[in-house]
Design a protein around this ligand. Structure first.
Ligand code: ZN
Length: 311
């Protein structure tokens, strides 16, 4: 039954919509193995293909929309101890430094901002505290937490989300598009909702980084079966330009911590051992290598900005 299992169905390229692909890799489920919906798939290798038109990598067959809705509504974050959800929402000094220095900013004071998939809500709260008029959209249930009561976050699915044309100066989403099946509908809506001259910012994992190739299913950003779409810089740029955006900025993120977090995933997945590699100490140790990885395009995360042209 749809409500108790994960249904896989034929998929088309989420970026260009075509069905011109070659088999690429097979992954095993690596996260949330206790989720009831995934029990029938734990021994299955899920097929990923590479689109021969836009070079995007995606799962085919992929979960049905109904399966995804059940999955993201079924205590998604409470099954992931590392997600740090459902706790008190409080911005730390590190959060404020990271958002100020590492994330593209809205264009002016009191911008109208939409964040899709605000996760633990910290970035949206930070934008609100900077004086912007913020709105959030999320896929599954979004529990109100202490400290985040003021945030206006609508829940639903991509098909049901709607705003008038030209509603926002700035739309952002981080670590969301790799979960999305109907990426083309998602981008079409964002383009309509933005004012001319407005910006769309998104961050996604970089499937072309060496850690992705080396660690396979245990690459920290593989997250099987959640990440049904795996972007590279070329496929991410293709997606923006194909929907009418002008790419104004792109970067291989400085902070992605892939290597130690992938080793952590590997130890947890194979031996059930929770190593301290997620700690701030090990993150700090890796910082001297971060600029080198970024300059070489080896970072596990990429961020792009697309501008809606002024007509
Ligand atoms: Zn494609």
């Amino acid at each position: 039954m749809e409500s108790t299992s994960f249904i896989l169905e034929k998929a088309y390229c989420p970026v260009c919509g075509q069905d011109i692909s070659k088999p690429w890799k097979r992954y095993k489920i690596s996260r949330r193995k206790s989720n009831a919906l995934l029990q029938g798939l734990l021994d299955t290798e899920l097929q990923f293909v590479q689109c021969q038109k836009c070079l995007h990598h995606y799962m085919d067959p992929a979960p049905s929309e109904n399966s995804l809705q059940h999955y993201y509504g079924s205590n998604y974050f409470s099954n992931d101890a590392s997600a740090n959800h459902n706790s008190v929402l409080k911005l730390t000094l590190a959060d404020r430094f990271f958002y100020s220095c590492c994330r593209p900013q809205p264009p002016k004071k009191a911008s109208r901002v939409l964040e899709i998939g605000p996760g633990n809500g910290k970035h949206l709260l930070w934008l609100e505290k900077k004086g912007h008029h913020v709105q959030g959209l999320d896929y599954g249930d979004y529990p109100k937490v202490t400290g985040g009561e003021s945030l206006n976050i609508q829940v639903g699915n991509i098909a049901s989300w709607d705003f008038p044309d030209h509603s926002f100066d700035f739309i952002c989403c981080y670590w969301v598009l790799e979960h999305v099946k109907d990426t083309r509908l998602f981008l079409t809506k964002i383009f309509k909702w933005l004012k001319p001259g407005g910006s769309f910012v998104f961050g996604v994992p970089n499937v072309e980084c060496p850690d992705a190739k080396f660690f396979g299913s245990y690459w920290h950003h593989a997250v099987i079966p959640d990440h049904i779409s795996q972007f590279s810089m070329p496929s991410a740029e293709y997606m923006l330009t194909d929907h009418g955006f002008k790419v104004t900025h792109k970067k291989y993120d400085l902070l992605s911590f892939d290597t130690q977090l992938s080793i952590w995933d590997w130890c947890m997945g194979n031996w059930g051992i929770n190593t301290p590699l997620q700690s701030s100490f090990f993150k700090l140790l890796s910082l001297p290598f971060a600029p080198i990885k970024s300059a070489l395009g080896w970072s596990g995360l990429i961020t792009l900005v697309g501008e809606k042209p002024v007509e």
